[in-house]
Design a protein around this ligand. Sequence first.
Ligand code: UDP
Length: 311
Amino acid sequence: MKLRTLITGGAGFLGSHLCDRLIEEGHYVICMDNLITGNMDNIAHLIGNENFKFIKHDVTEYVYVEGRLDNILHFASPASPVDYLKLPIQTLKVGALGTHKTLGLAKEKGARFLLASSSEVYGDPEVNPQSEDYRGNVSPIGPRGVYDESKRFAEALVMAYHRCHGVDTRIARIFNTYGPRMRPDDGRVISNFINQALRNHALTVYGNGSQTRSFCYVSDTVEGIIRLLESDEHDPVNLGNPDEMTILILAHKVLQVMGNDVGIAFKPLPIDDPKVRRPDISRAQKLLSWRPKVSLDEGLRRTIEYFRQRR
Ligand code: UDP
């Protein structure tokens, strides 16, 4: 029997890659999105596929899905800092009300539920790397608080539905992910750098570029999510690439891979920008036998190609 899977935020960057992957695995996929940051272009190739259905809906409102449901993957949310700073209330609502509605649906249908959580639950971390037992350093009232707290609340709600109602839940703490289908204007560092270089503009490095991140190529993140979904693990699992680098080194890397020396323009550092970020993936390695495979060079090449073709 075909598994029936609902993906909220299914027209977004990660959501649309999950739609592809689950259809490949033989699922019937229902993709729900209100298209405020998602984009129909990401799923255009799936329209008309007999194993795919798109429903335009805002999951902060009552969610109705006809028939059986085996899995719900809750990926709806503005997810880049620029997006959630522009949409602070929608971000809080989708993490709180949207998670509540979709958990209610999972309970009603007896479906397995996977939450797309985030490394932002660790805030501006005081320990590096971050393992799942680190409780984080988040400012609830700072500009990033809308995303960080919405994901923290969402995790709390998932655990409560698991403990009180026995819902079969998973929590993926996803670290910086990049690849085709990111929006050129999403404001994320890799989208900005590639699109700036393509326009012959200097790369904008915020602060002095000494802050660190660890970038995971989208196919690796998707593989981790699928393995987590298929596991029995209810506690949060970090999914990310432990290859940490400064933003300045990333800028040089992008220039080198693109062979286009447009230079660097230093800009002010955003408020509460985490100084370091690197996942400890011991749990994912042990529980899911997962670790990222795609190198930064290869991932950048594929992403550059995508943005080149879009232009
Ligand atoms: N950043 C940058 N230039 C840009 C965009 C971002 O230097 O044009 C920095 C940003 O300040 C942060 C890092 O790159 O330190 C990653 O930013 P992003 O928005 O991709 O995601 P975050 O990891 O902060 O959620």
